[in-house]
Structure formats: structure tokens, C-alpha cells
Design a protein around this ligand. Structure first.
Ligand SMILES: NC(=O)C[C@H](N)C(=O)O
Length: 332
């Protein structure tokens, strides 16, 4: 019987790293063949085709590269002989690439993003087991129509829900609101739940000029104004609690909106969505009345990706608002 063909796009990250003895710290070095040779027996499950995209750590992957990875994924999913695509990625920016792919690709074939938390010089290198679980996920008929999946530590999470939560742990990728979609157990993909709302922003272009600004007690408007004056097309603000900012940030927010810069607000709290519950100066209701867009329960770095894609579709603030708030808030 023909084995399913899986394309693995190698981009780098700890999964491809060893410790360089000269500097005593990890850097990307392993080739795709070296990584795959550690995934014993994988050839019994799938025929693997490799694409060497880069050997970059997560923090070196930029938005343009994410779009190039996207094009490679689309091109390979369109091949009749390909069952699904895996992307190996540095975990620091993994959720951003995964979410970009999830929003911008509508294809029933599985797409899995995988990485590792321990490099190959460390005891307990988790790269091979994570890659094996990614292959088991991609070849499973259950994985069709699930959007982009993130597989590490035998857990399967939705790209739309997952975030990196711990700097060190093997189970760092968590869907903090809802828990994982499923697991890989004994080489089998088992789902525990569905995602109710999926969203696409189908575009093959992006507007990378979106800044991310976190709020803190007593912060003022300088960073927001600088962002606008230096060419930002959108700004994501990690506000406080339910979605409120110090009144000293209002001037900058108003300035941005007057200049037609889209301002999306999420919360610096790790869980819970933002809502316009508070009516005081700088509270969510006040911000919404000024034209601030609500970003749901996304962490700032993922709301930024969503806004970049939305801005590539339209410059109209109302249309951007509809896209960002889709299915989460009453239409205004
Ligand atoms: N575990 C990892 O992959 C972290 C690494 N700094 C990276 O993102 O490349």
C-alpha cells in the first residue's frame, strides 16, 4: 500500500539546534536529514519530502518569511500526491506563524506546526518525539478540516487558541481558555473537542507595519504617538484587565484613530476577552466610543498578526473592525 506523502518544511528553532562548544550555548546547526534520522521508524508511517526553508531561531523569523512559508504550504497542499504539511519552527514565534497560516489558508488538508523545547545536545531532546507526533497527526483522517494544529508534548492545540506559556517546560504550548483539542496517544490522534468558531482572512499579502504596545500603570502616550508618526498602519494595545487604559494613554489613542490608524485592544491578562464594561475615562466603553477595536481573548502578538492580515484586505476602519471582532461581539 502507498504510504501517505508528507512535506516537512524546516525553518530552524531549537529542534534544529546543538550546543556550540565555543560559546557554550545553543545555535541552529542540524540538517533536516539529521533531524529526521533521529525519528526512528518514521518511514513506516509516511513518505517524507523535505524542504529546507531556513535554519533560523524563532526570533529571526520575520513577517515576510512567514508569508514565504505560507506560499510553500499552499503550493504543496495543492499537490494531489501530498496528504499534509508539517512546519518545524522555533517556539518563540511559532504561535505567530501558526496563526498567520490558520487565518490565511482555507484547505481541508492538515497543516501542523511543531518545534522542540530542548536542543539535541540536551538530555531528553524532545524534537524527534514531537516530530513523530506531528507526522501521526498529519496522516490521520481525523486531522482534516481542523485548521492549523500545533503539536508538542503529545498535545494537539489549535493555532487560533494556543500560546507559549512557559520559557522552559516541554508542555509550554497551552490553549489557556479551553485546553487542548486532543492528544497523540500510542501514535494515534485522538480529539476531545471541536472548535466552534473558525475564521479566515483569505489574503496572500500582508501589512507588517503594526506595532504592539503594552500598558503599564501611569504610562503615557509617547510610544503610541511615535508609532503613528513613524508610519504604523495599525497598533495593538495590550490594555489592563477587561480592556482599560490609564487616561494618560488616551491622547495617543485618539491621535492614532484621527490619523486612520487602526487601534486594536487586547488584555495583558493571560485569559479572558476584552469587553467595554467600564465607563470611566480610559475604560473600555470610552475606548470603544473613540473607535478602538476589541481583539477578543487573543494575546497581543497574535492580535498583531490578525490586524496585519486585515489591513492587507482593506484600509477602512469599519471593515477592519468587522474582521477583527467577527463572531465575538455584537456588530456596531
Ligand atoms: N524552543 C525554541 O525553539 C526556542 C528558540 N529560542 C527559538 O524560538 O528558536
Amino acid at each position: 500500500m502507498n504510504k501517505p506523502k508528507v512535506v516537512v518544511i524546516f525553518t530552524g528553532g531549537t529542534i534544529s539546534m546543538t550546543v556550540d562548544p565555543r560559546i557554550g550555548a545553543a545555535i541552529p546547526s542540524l540538517s533536516s536529514q539529521e533531524i529526521l534520522s533521529l525519528v526512528t521508524n518514521i518511514d513506516k508511517y509516511a513518505e517524507i519530502e523535505t524542504i529546507n526553508f531556513s535554519k533560523l531561531p524563532g526570533p529571526h523569523i520575520d513577517i515576510q518569511m512567514m508569508m514565504e512559508i505560507r506560499q510553500l504550504v499552499v503550493d504543496n497542499l495543492n499537490r494531489d500526491d501530498v496528504t499534509g504539511v508539517i512546519i518545524t519552527h522555533g517556539t518563540d514565534t511559532l504561535e505567530e506563524t501558526a496563526y498567520l497560516l490558520d487565518l490565511s489558508i482555507n484547505n481541508s488538508k492538515p497543516i501542523v506546526v511543531v518545534g522542540a523545547m530542548r536542543n539535541s545536545s540536551e538530555l531528553g531532546y524532545d524534537g524527534p518525539s514531537n516530530l513523530a507526533a506531528a507526522v501521526c497527526t498529519v496522516i490521520s483522517p481525523q486531522a482534516a478540516n481542523k485548521g492549523v494544529l500545533v503539536v508538542l508534548n503529545n498535545e494537539v492545540n489549535a493555532a487560533s487558541e494556543v500560546t507559549k506559556t512557559n520559557t522552559l517546560s516541554l508542555d509550554t504550548f497551552k490553549s489557556l481558555e479551553f485546553g487542548p483539542l486532543g492528544i497523540v496517544d500510542n501514535d494515534e490522534l485522538i480529539f476531545h473537542r471541536e472548535i466552534i468558531h473558525r475564521q479566515h482572512i483569505l489574503t496572500d499579502s500582508i501589512v507588517p507595519q503594526v506595532d504592539l504596545i503594552k500598558s503599564g500603570a501611569g504610562m503615557d502616550s509617547r510610544l503610541i504617538k511615535y508609532s503613528v508618526d513613524s508610519g504604523a498602519k495599525g497598533i495593538v494595545i495590550e490594555a489592563m484587565g477587561r480592556g482599560n487604559v490609564p487616561p494618560t494613554m488616551l491622547e495617543g489613542i485618539q491621535y492614532a484613530i484621527e490619523q486612520q490608524v487602526a487601534v486594536v485592544m487586547v488584555s495583558r491578562c493571560p485569559t479572558g476577552r476584552v469587553l467595554d464594561s467600564y465607563g470611566y475615562e480610559g475604560g473600555g466603553r470610552h475606548l470603544r466610543n473613540l473607535g478602538v477595536i476589541l481583539g477578543g481573548d487573543l494575546p497581543g502578538q497574535k492580535a498583531r498578526i490578525k490586524l496585519m492580515l486585515a489591513l492587507s484586505v482593506t484600509n477602512e476602519l469599519q471593515e477592519i473592525k468587522d474582521m477583527i471582532e467577527y463572531n465575538q461581539y455584537r456588530k456596531q
